[in-house]
Design a protein around this ligand. Structure first.
Ligand SMILES: [Fe+2]
Ligand SMILES: [Fe+2]
Length: 358
């Protein structure tokens, strides 16, 4: 990463940090490939210098918006910039509120926090665009707070896919928002540990479920929100924790949070690994066996996630790039990809996988 004066920028350089205007507005997010237009925009905001990645990509001077990759198009859209601003504000506010409960035993306005998160999805326009934008925020923040907002937003979208009532959709959002609140009682050195956890450390991590229930109980929130915090690591086959409950004892909201929680954790960047490609995660769910989850919920979730990637450009493990043209309902993680007229049905080509959405 290096600092470069705006007058010395050229197309093809990549921003290494978000660039803000003097009033705090985000002008250009991190990871954007500079074009003449972006450089002009920086100049018009009187930005003197910005941080740039050491590696450049092929110059995209005067490139039209259609020629940009899907990810770049999303990241440069005004909707994304506004969404990211709302998202960051949301995380900060959520973080302040939760720290106030732990440090000062303060009362918080849970309803207001839920409203804020619901409005994040509403302001994105459609569920698909909210999901898209969220997936493009993967490189920014991997804190428990960001994870909680992500899970809340995806729970809201997922509840919509399940055709839940507005009231249940709101409750699902709240369950996602507060599911990991008990982690505030787990020592940071265990939560942030990058090497494998010892058995005793893992036992400590597990208590974030019961601790979460206790914190939420004091806040007087709805019973289903407390149950979701307690049960979101339970699995329908009884292999989860803290109680090893089977399907009949796990609340429907906890079942929903469990799926979203795993999906978000795996598709997010962690200190010890890069974000995983959604198709790797979908295949992992399929290989693991779906009996750990509610069958209707897991199928609805995976089908909708996969369908949102139809027509998107992907990079394959054989180095080729192509567009997803067909989803195989029996092998959701292995669609058919069209690489310039050459078709790869990944369900019958086990030697090739999707490596990334580009
Ligand atoms: Fe958790
Ligand atoms: Fe979680």
């Amino acid at each position: 990463m290096k600092k470069v004066q705006v007058r010395n920028l050229h197309p093809g350089m990549v921003t290494a940090e978000d660039v803000f205007a003097i009033d705090g507005r985000l002008i250009v997010p991190s990871g954007v490939v500079l074009t003449d237009n972006v450089i002009l925009k920086l100049d018009s905001f009187d930005i003197f210098s910005i941080r740039i990645e050491d590696k450049e990509v092929e110059a995209t001077s005067n490139v039209s918006i259609e020629q940009l990759s899907y990810k770049e198009r999303v990241k440069q859209s005004p909707e994304f910039i506004a969404f990211k601003q709302d998202y960051d504000d949301n995380i900060l506010h959520f973080q302040d509120s939760l720290n106030a409960i732990i440090d000062k035993n303060a009362e918080i306005d849970a309803e207001e926090l839920i409203n804020q998160t619901v409005s994040l999805v509403t302001s994105a326009g459609t569920s698909t665009s909210a999901m898209d934008m969220l997936m493009n925020l993967r490189d920014y923040d991997d804190s428990t707070f960001a994870h909680s907002i992500n899970v809340a937003v995806i729970c809201n979208i997922f509840a919509g896919w399940l055709r839940m009532s507005d009231e249940d959709r709101r409750l699902a959002t709240a369950c996602g928002l507060f599911h990991d609140v008990g982690k505030l009682r787990i020592p940071g050195e265990i939560l942030q540990k990058t090497s494998a956890l010892s058995q005793s450390e893992y036992e400590i991590i597990k208590i974030h479920t019961t601790e979460g229930y206790k914190i939420l109980d004091k806040l007087g929130v709805d019973q289903v929100i407390k149950d979701a915090a307690l049960q979101h690591h339970e699995k329908c086959d009884g292999s989860g924790y803290p109680y090893g409950f089977t399907s009949d004892k796990i609340s429907k909201f906890a079942k929903l949070v469990t799926i979203v929680d795993i999906y978000d954790a795996m598709t997010s960047r962690r200190v010890f690994r890069d974000a995983m490609c959604p198709f790797t995660v979908i295949t992992a769910f399929e290989n693991e066996g779906l009996q750990k989850y509610d069958p209707h919920y897991i199928l609805t979730f995976l089908e909708n996630v996969v369908n949102s990637f139809v027509n998107q450009r992907v990079k394959l493990s054989n180095g080729m790039e192509g567009d997803i043209i067909y989803i195989n309902p029996v092998h959701l993680g292995q669609p058919t990809v069209n690489c310039n007229g050459e078709f790869f049905d990944l369900s019958s080509r086990k030697d090739i996988q999707i490596e990334a959405i580009v």
